[in-house]
Write a protein that binds this ligand. Structure first.
Ligand code: ADP
Ligand code: MG
Length: 725
């Protein structure tokens, strides 16, 4: 292992940037060339088929068999002409990644030869067996089939030689087994509910789209150094290692010049992304050494989720080409920043209005306030659920640490919008209708500046922040599928808007004017949702105490946080999106995944500690012992002469004994936990009794790293992992 470390350091240090060939033409010319997009469709589909397909997509209607047949024929021709030989249904099972099973286009031609085939039924629906994917018991019955069904709203694309068709994945009995199914339902719900409310302000609004712009943070580590760290390779994070003397203190990495090898990686990543129609826009160094960020221009939410998953797999592939490994883990290194995936979210109408932008007149401003206040109310009511939607064994390392949002959901509005809501709360309809001399509304609503981009008023400690014309859900983990957070958020907002409309309509029925009714309900919501608003420092301890007083969910144990998915409120929020049975089943999967992640970390750490660290520490101690006994041979004063050696010998023994004892305690804790039947209780046991050992063992290993001869230390050190590139 020691040899491996030094070989890796030597190889990594000598690595040169790889030359990347730029595609021919301007970006706009090859953008989307591997996507069966509108441009390709106009060439390969008849006008009739094209129109029918887009009508179905726009209305969210299913595509019938006949239409699927026509689309499949065009898609096949396009795919074959673009070098594809295989096709796959591409879906998001309840794991960290995407799934695909490739089939060749070939079929017997009946005369001993082959023809390329791709029938409509293969496009529309498949049965990819896939019985090993987690289902939380939904498929334990005799009927274990799982179906994938085409999602025509996300265009098919080609990766390598394979045509990938985005699909949902459901059980024979119709329960969702994936992330996409509930996301599409939540988007449908928010479209419906937001349209109904937007019609108070403009009858022309018939459709509302949720948008998502994700910011993906990640680390790059040289491939050989990565391989010299079994913990990194097996768990995605370093389970041990002392901090590097220099890391991010000088803040010299953030927005600094991008290292050349990384720059080449980014260039190739961008070329690949553009050809796949992913509108990547921003790249820069992040705060921690070897940490970077990639962000696209925002898109319709479902498409943006697919693009994020696709980009993550492209990043993995391109990184390997450049002899890097990309790390999506939320906290690969202790002591420096972890990685998140900020989800920028907004709602826009078919009439081209961003509902989170204040407008020029009273109506537009009341509309702005209506949506902001309802979002506040939704986040307040569902704060525990929203936290559950971003919680995982890996993201838990990042949340609550002093660099990322705390494990409490609150909303940052900024002083401007906060003031507006405070004024609004005290105003009456009459106030707002009075127009002052400059033809402005005198109070509250009328005075909202058109542009709220609050660059000076940024609060980086908030998990959910208003940033001018959108909300930014910052607590999402870098390795997560955005669909989880986006399903919870859109479902929460949809449920809230529905409730709002009911209340307003009731008041109108009782004889109030529309404006009066809107004012009355909004003012009530502003008051009720006040506890979710927090503009201060989310990292502070005072906030934790304050949040408790405000009755916000302060739970920090991930397995317990998941309980929020099946609360009364959540069941209501998910009506028509996920049934109670599905919610329970999905929690089973979450608990199982949590347990497995901690179990793997625990095994890897136990193995490394016992088989790599202790033997090396003992070898070093033997050298010290030999030295002391030789000193004894030449002098009676060996205790003075060898004082430092004797001190180190004792220290090594202390740490070695502690490691040994704690690893065995951890193994015992695992054995007890493994015997627990209930997935929830097992996960709780892993959280309470196994996970704490990981930090305790690490403490002693990291102390040994500071003592043992550098030449003997087997694992690549932080300074090597973080600064060689
Ligand atoms: P930051 O300063 O937070 O890094 P950026 O300007 O890099 O912000 O944008 C972050 C993401 O927010 C990008 O993906 C961008 O397209 C997206 N974004 C911008 N405006 C909106 C909006 N109205 N709705 C949704 N996403 C948006
Ligand atoms: Mg941001």
């Amino acid at each position: 292992m020691t040899k491996l470390r030094f070989k890796a350091v030597a190889l990594a240090s000598e690595r040169k940037p790889i030359n990347v060939v730029k595609p021919k033409g301007k970006t706009s010319e090859y953008y989307g060339e591997k996507v069966f997009n509108r441009k390709a469709m106009t060439k390969y589909l008849s006008k009739e088929t094209f129109d029918a397909l887009h009508n179905a997509i726009d209305r969210g209607e299913p595509v019938n068999r006949n239409l699927a047949e026509h689309v499949a024929a065009g898609m096949r021709m396009w795919a074959l002409e673009n070098g594809a030989t295989h096709y796959t249904h591409w879906f998001h099972p309840l794991t960290d990644g995407t799934a695909e099973k490739h089939d060749a286009f070939v079929e017997h031609d009946g005369q001993g030869g082959m023809i390329e085939e791709f029938e409509g039924k293969l496009l529309a629906q498949q049965e990819p067996d896939a019985s090993s994917f987690p289902s939380g018991g939904l498929r334990n019955t005799f009927e274990a089939r799982g179906y994938s069904a085409w999602d025509p709203s996300s265009p098919a694309f080609i990766v390598g030689d394979t045509l990938c068709v985005p699909t949902i994945f459901i059980s024979y009995t119709g329960e969702a087994l994936d992330y996409k199914t509930p996301l599409l339902k939540a988007l449908y719900a928010v479209n419906k509910a937001a349209t109904d409310v937007a019609q108070y302000f403009n009858k022309d609004v018939t459709r509302i789209q949720a948008n998502l712009g994700w910011e993906q943070e990640y680390f790059l580590v040289d491939e050989d150094l990565f391989m010299a760290r079994p913990d990194l390779a097996l768990t995605g994070r370093t389970l041990m290692s002392h901090e590097s003397a220099k890391n991010q203190q000088l803040e010299d990495h953030y927005f600094g010049a991008i290292p050349v090898r990384v720059q080449k990686f980014m260039e190739e990543l961008e070329y690949e992304s553009y050809s796949l129609g992913i509108p990547v826009k921003t790249r820069h160094n992040e705060v921690a050494p070897n940490q970077f960020e990639l962000a696209p221009i925002y898109e319709e939410c479902n498409l943006a989720v697919d693009h994020n998953l696709l980009v993550m797999s492209v990043m993995d592939k391109v990184a390997r080409k450049h002899s890097f490994r990309v790390l999506f883990h939320e906290k690969p290194f202790k002591g420096i920043n972890g990685s998140g995936k900020h989800n920028n979210w907004s709602l826009t109408t078919n009439t081209g209005i961003n509902l989170l932008s204040p407008g020029k007149d009273k109506v537009a401003n009341l509309r702005f306030i209506t949506f902001v206040v309802n979002i506040l109310a939704a986040v307040h009511k569902n704060n525990a659920l929203l936290k559950a939607s971003i919680s995982s064994a890996t993201n838990a390392h990042r949340l609550g640490a002093n660099e990322a949002p705390p494990a409490i959901i609150s909303v940052f509005l900024g002083t401007q919008v906060s003031d507006i809501l405070d004024k609004f709360e005290k105003s009456s309809v009459k106030d707002a209708i009075v127009v002052d001399s400059r033809k402005q509304i005198s109070l509250g609503v009328g005075q909202i500046p058109e542009i709220l981009l609050d660059n000076t008023d940024r609060n980086r400690t908030s998990p959910f922040a208003f940033t001018g014309n959108r909300f930014e859900f910052r607590a999402v983990g870098s390795s997560a599928n955005c669909a989880s957070a986006m399903t919870a958020l859109n479902a929460s907002v949809a449920e809230q808007l529905k409730a709002f409309k009911l209340e307003v309509d009731m008041l109108i029925e009782k004889g109030k004017s529309k404006d009066e009714a809107l004012y009355e309900v909004l003012k009530k919501y502003i008051k009720e949702s006040r506890p979710i608003r927090f503009n201060g420092n989310g990292y502070s301890d005072e906030w934790k105490a304050e949040a408790k007083k405000r009755k916000l969910d302060c739970e920090t144990s991930v397995p317990v946080i998941y309980d929020a998915y099946t609360s009364k409120q959540s069941i209501k929020t998910f009506e028509g999106i996920l049934s109670e049975i599905e919610l329970h089943a999905r929690n089973e999967v979450k608990w199982e995944t949590y347990t497995k992640k901690i179990q793997i970390e625990s095994r890897v750490l136990g193995d490394l500690a016992l088989n790599h660290i202790i033997p090396v520490a003992i070898s070093y101690q033997s050298i010290l012992l030999t030295n002391v006994s030789k000193l004894k041979e030449i002098s009676d004063d060996y205790k003075t002469l060898g004082a430092e050696q004797l001190r180190l010998i004792e220290k090594v023994s202390t740490h070695v004994n502690a490691i040994n004892a704690k690893v065995h305690e951890m193994i015992d804790a695992r054995k007890i936990a493994n015997n627990i039947e209930s997935e929830r209780e097992k996960a709780v046991a892993y959280h309470d009794t196994v996970a704490p050992h990981l930090d305790e063992i690490r403490y002693h290993v990291d102390k040994l790293e500071l003592i043992v001869d550098n030449e003997m230390w087997p694992l690549a050190k932080y300074r090597e992992l973080l600064f060689i590139r």
